[in-house]
Design a protein around this ligand. Sequence first.
Ligand SMILES: Nc1ncnc2c1ncn2[C@@H]1O[C@H](COP(=O)(O)OP(=O)(O)OP(=O)(O)O)[C@@H](O)[C@H]1O
Ligand SMILES: [Mg+2]
Length: 269
Amino acid sequence: MSEPTAGGIPKLRVSGLHVTYRSREGQDVEAVRGVDFTIANKPDVGEIVVFLGPSGCGKSTILKAVAGLLPPTRGEVLVDGEPVTGVGRDRGMVFQAYTSFAWLTVRKNVEYGLRLQGIPKPQRREEAEKYLEAVGLKDFADKYPKALSGGMKQRVAIARTLINKPKLLLMDEPFGALDPQTRWGMQGLLIDITRREDNTILFVTHDVSEAVYLADTVFVLAPRPTRVLHRVEVPHFERRDLALKSTDPFRDCEKQLLDLLYAKLPPQG
Ligand SMILES: Nc1ncnc2c1ncn2[C@@H]1O[C@H](COP(=O)(O)OP(=O)(O)OP(=O)(O)O)[C@@H](O)[C@H]1O
Ligand SMILES: [Mg+2]
């Protein structure tokens, strides 16, 4: 499934992506079978694209291929028209499992990317302070990750990725470990960030409600070996707040996605 883009080089183009893992025992596990999609470059308008699919279907595998962490078995990934051959600063990734440096404090973890870029300390501090505040961890800035809960660690990982302002942000079930209230807060933060920084976010979830709340576009994925079954444009909700979740248009969209997700699949060629 590929969509024409209205002029210009697309932000992301994935064509004929196949990924087969070889296990230690020498067995092949086909995770991704022919994934094609295009995400247009929309300057000045952020976009959140959600990948919705059942557990084990191949969602993390697709994100890792886009991140440049996993070479495709076949197919191609182009970011801004350039083939992806490895990781790059233009792409930021928040992993499904928490990843931060255990030997650095929360603040230094968040500042890390800016330090790599050679940003002077006072500026780094100021920037880090903003992101720590945004993820609700200001009071924990001088703690080490081991002193934090799973959800707090995940928020450190989110802040340390956001601070680099990547134009393409890859987020793999980033809010899975958060309680509902913190999760809603983080979803709101993400929407604000895309609008402000006009970046493209690829967001993986298996939570239908989260998909409708966040997404401009949803790709519904097939079970493993995965491929894109449907592309759904989510209606533009003027106000995104908690009350939205109990409105008819929101519930209708949830139902549409659930039906697509659990529909009987046609046989694969
Ligand atoms: N390193 C690996 N070696 C062998 N098989 C793997 C490897 N990584 C993933 N797989 C297999 O590939 C398939 C897709 O895995 P992937 O992690 O992409 O799924 P997912 O959609 O992200 O699942 P979840 O929602 O549970 O995170 C699974 O069947 C998994 O067992
Ligand atoms: Mg996964």
